[in-house]
Design a protein around this ligand. Structure first.
Ligand code: ARG
Length: 247
């Protein structure tokens, strides 16, 4: 009958139907973005997003399947169905939002600066870096890179494939500043910044972070936003936040 045909059409488009049918939630992320997703010494994926993803799978009654994916290709991978959702500290930008849908934001971050200590007191904001004599690093395809190109257009920009490569360039004195999301810079500064880096921790961009899914799937967005509200208000979100951001 017509109804049955309509159900088949729906199942093809509805990610929720597919997740429940397959009994697994495939979560795309790129490990290395502290403290949202990292690989621990035993090779397991850990972090704030990972904890939220496991809660999500539990609430659906399905298995959590992590899919570690290079950042640069993460949106194409979502669009070609390599996983069901991106949970990877992704900033909801208007440009990305033309290609994917975002659930409500769960954290707000902004760009900050890890500065080589030789510039202490002389460089006070990103504006002071807007000169070709400054070598500024960030990561390929991120909002850090977009911020450098848009707001510090005159600096000498060097792009890296991973966060640690870009940040270590400053530690090693080969670059003057690393521009990146506040939480990452805070953790990196705590781990490797002592005596080498100055953390200019006043965010100079506004970046809501949200889960991304394929467009045209209102059922999934509805489920995600209601799940997020529950997570945020029943204590689990605060517990994860304290575990990863405040310890
Ligand atoms: N928030 C930044 C962006 O959306 C960086 C996110 C990087 N995430 C990662 N898992 N490496 O571009």
């Amino acid at each position: 009958t017509c109804l049955w045909a309509a159900d088949i059409e729906l199942a093809k488009k509805s990610t929720l139907e597919k997740i429940l049918k397959n009994g697994e939630l495939r979560v795309g992320f790129e490990a290395g973005y502290m403290p949202f997703e990292m690989t621990d010494k035993k090779g397991r994926f850990v972090g704030f997003d990972i904890d939220c993803a496991k809660e999500m799978a539990k609430a659906m009654g399905v298995k959590f399947v992590p899919v570690n994916t290079a950042w640069d290709g993460i949106i194409p991978a979502l669009l070609t169905d390599k996983f069901d959702i991106i949970m990877s500290g992704m900033t909801c930008t208007q440009e990305r939002n033309l290609k994917v849908n975002f659930a409500e934001p769960y954290v707000v971050v902004g760009q900050t600066i890890l500065l080589h200590k030789k510039h202490a007191g002389k460089v006070k904001s990103y504006k002071d870096l807007n000169d070709p004599k400054f070598i500024v690093t960030s990561k390929l395809g991120t909002t850090g890179e977009m911020a450098v190109k848009r707001l510090i257009p005159k600096c000498t920009y060097k792009s890296f494939e991973t966060e640690p490569e870009a940040a270590l360039e400053v530690v090693n004195g080969k670059a003057d500043a690393f521009i990146y999301d506040l939480p990452y810079c805070a953790v990196f500064h705590g781990q490797q910044g002592a005596g080498k880096l100055i953390f200019l921790d006043e965010p100079f961009t506004f970046e809501p972070i949200a889960w991304a899914i394929r467009r045209g799937d209102p059922d999934f967005i509805n489920w995600l936003n209601n799940f997020l509200r529950q997570l945020k208000n029943d204590g689990r979100f605060d517990r994860f936040y304290q575990k990863w951001f405040e310890s």
